[in-house]
Unconditional design. Structure first.
Length: 389
């Protein structure tokens, strides 16, 4: 091919690509519910005001609002967290072991995660439960931006806040550290645990003693395959194409520095949402939300995640996890199947086999009633046993 023909072909390709990108940026694909980030100050009811140092005294625990640096490479955005401590101090001025915690896909710490933190504090542990950038009272825009790799940077930043030299270092014993995550963060804790198995990526003074991964997102590849299956198991080809188009629209807008294209975080089966749920699971999802949601949360997130999440597979990091691990699965879970969780539990490295707890419920049933009691009791005893070693 002559140089002139090659140049012409390249020009055509560039022109077509530019036209497609322009069409994506200016269009509103099916399923997109809003163009442009939402204003948290317009939330009804109004979002709660959370001030640094505010203390809430509960039954058997204290909770304090804290702000600390995020994983933002520019050093601008802060993370907001609730720092839990036991109501009674340990003898001889000892600092308590600490559990680092965060929420799942599109969720916030006040969506049921706080109930687990309260149990841990009542059992004598400290806990730092935080919201990622763009969620709750943490800084960042666009609001409700879900990105696993940004979330991992925020986990690392929260760990630095607990480690020697960090803001909370003098109040906890990081030689007795636990990690706790649920759903997407159930995958995050496995990635972080794999890093803490390597002295080169472990902050000085930090020893990971235990990791709890509840109903975790594990395998983006399997997620992609599932999406192509006919409803109700998956989205079907048409559904997968529809949400992919919405995602491409948002990605194109991001590259062009345009406001994001939002789709619902959850919706009924067949919907263009990040998590299509059966009716009962949808009810349980919203049942755990408080009347006032931190940051004025709304049921929408930038659509770009729909294409990116398929490339996030924490299961690949599990063989590098050497700390004792407890996996919690739900036998009716349609989002993070129990079979995948059981398979992951058998891949954990180290000298101790991972423990497994299976609950008789769906993905969000772990936050309620007997299932919550069973899970939180098992988690507390698991942390106890490994912190005391």
């Amino acid at each position: 091919m002559s140089d002139s023909n090659l140049g012409f072909c390249c020009s055509v390709v560039v022109g077509v690509a530019a036209a497609l990108a322009g069409a994506l940026i200016t269009s509103t694909p099916p399923g997109v519910v809003q163009i442009g980030t939402f204003d948290p100050t317009l939330s009804k009811p109004a979002a709660p005001v959370r001030t640094e140092g505010t203390i809430f005294k509960g039954a058997g625990f204290n909770r304090r609002d804290v702000y600390f640096p995020s994983g933002d490479p520019n050093g601008v955005d802060r993370l907001h967290g609730w720092f839990y401590t036991p109501a009674t101090t340990l003898p001889n001025g000892q600092s308590p072991p600490v559990v680092l915690m965060a929420s799942g896909l599109g969720a916030q710490m006040d969506f049921g995660m706080d109930a687990y933190a309260e149990v841990f504090a009542k059992n004598g542990f400290a806990a730092l439960l935080f919201d990622y950038r763009c969620f709750g009272s943490s800084d960042g825009t666009p609001r409700n931006w879900v990105d696993p790799w940004r979330h991992l940077d925020d986990w690392r930043a929260a760990l630095k806040t607990l480690a020697p030299g960090g803001k909370l270092a003098n109040e906890v014993d990081t030689s007795k550290l636990g990690l706790w995550g649920s759903s997407m963060s159930g995958g995050h804790v496995l990635v972080i645990a794999s890093e803490l198995a390597d002295p080169a990526t472990t902050p000085a003074g930090v020893t990971l003693r235990a990791v709890v991964s509840q109903t975790p997102h594990l395998d983006g590849r399997e997620n992609r395959k599932k999406n192509m299956k006919p409803p109700p198991e998956g989205r079907g080809i048409l559904g997968a194409l529809t949400i992919s188009l919405a995602s491409l629209c948002d990605i194109a807008r991001s590259v062009a520095s345009q406001p994001p294209a939002y789709i619902p975080i959850v919706g009924p089966l067949g919907s263009v949402s990040l998590m299509p749920l059966p009716k009962e699971e949808l009810h349980l999802y919203f049942r755990k939300h408080p009347p006032q949601r931190g940051g004025g949360w709304q049921n929408m997130a930038p659509a770009r995640l729909a294409l990116r999440v398929g490339f996030y597979s924490p299961i690949d990091f599990v063989p590098n996890v050497t700390a004792p691990a407890l996996f919690v699965a739900a036998d009716q879970d349609t989002l993070c199947p129990a079979s995948v969780v059981r398979a992951a539990s058998k891949l954990v490295g180290g000298s101790t086999e991972a423990e497994m707890l299976t609950l008789n419920c769906g993905h969000f049933g772990t936050y309620y009633d007997a299932n919550f009691d069973q899970a939180s009791e098992k988690m507390s005893s698991f942390f106890f046993a490994n912190f005391d070693e």
